[in-house]
Design a protein around this ligand. Structure first.
Ligand code: ADP
Ligand code: NI
Length: 218
């Protein structure tokens, strides 16, 4: 039986290899940041650290957007890999449940699984969507989709439906109001709530500065 540290290390190598050609929003660096956020949260939250770290590493190996909306692909690949390392079945199943239930889209609908470990990794993933990194990712995504950065004539939508969220062509600044500024209040753990406060404030000051410059203020 290999020790936890080796299991995590081998998983990191596996994921890095799998994501070699991933798009920048969900590349290995995203995974590394989510892993780091997870370890940060674990400093002050009680949970099965092995399950949390493995899930952080494996949560985006098969984005359903690129697998015809099949949300089972990620959990399946993760399960097969962890099985090959000899991880116990109950932990494997736990990791699979979290990956399946964790995406923002899943959280818009019915989540039918809950655990402290899910809360932690979901928070870690959401923390990577806000703050300075969140801003960078949003404009990167918008550029990839050839969106306008901002258009004062297109107001942000409140309460975007699942379909509308997927099909929007709105400017990237709108995404702040439709998702990013809502994430602070969706954090599960007290630790992530604390971390999110500062990152949220940073996005608000970014937007203030942005509008000022847009309007030709000095
Ligand atoms: P997740 O990591 O939860 O699967 P997504 O795939 O929806 O999130 O988004 C990946 C990154 O791209 C996130 O940082 C997110 O904020 C950003 N993003 C998603 N949709 C948009 C959009 N319409 N405009 C700008 N950024 C977006
Ligand atoms: Ni992610």
């Amino acid at each position: 039986m290999i020790d936890d540290k080796t299991i995590i290390q081998r998983t990191a190598v596996f994921v890095q290899e799998k994501l070699r050609n991933a798009e920048a929003g969900h590349d290995w660096w995203h995974i590394q940041r989510v892993w780091n956020n997870t370890k940060l949260i674990l400093q002050t939250e009680e949970a099965d650290a092995l399950v949390c770290e493995l899930t952080a590493l494996l949560h985006d190996i098969a984005d359903s957007k690129f697998h015809h909306g099949d949300e089972q692909v990620g959990p399946r690949i993760a399960g097969e890999f962890l099985h090959s390392l000899g991880l116990d079945d109950s932990r494997i199943e736990h990791v699979q449940q979290i990956i399946f239930n964790m995406s923002y889209k899943a959280s818009l609908g019915q989540i039918d699984f809950h655990s402290k470990e899910l809360e932690i990794v979901q928070d870690a993933d959401r923390l990577d969507a806000i703050g300075a990194i969140g801003i960078a990712r949003a404009f990167h995504y918008g550029g990839f989709k050839n969106r306008e950065i901002y258009n004062p004539n297109i107001p942000p939508q409140k309460q975007l439906s699942k379909e509308a969220y997927k099909n929007t062509t709105a400017p990237t600044v709108n995404h702040f109001y439709e998702k990013l500024l809502l994430l602070r209040d969706k954090m599960n753990t007290d630790t992530a709530k604390q971390i999110a406060k500062h990152r949220h404030y940073f996005m608000e000051s970014f937007l203030q500065q942005f509008y000022g410059e847009w309007n030709g203020e000095r």
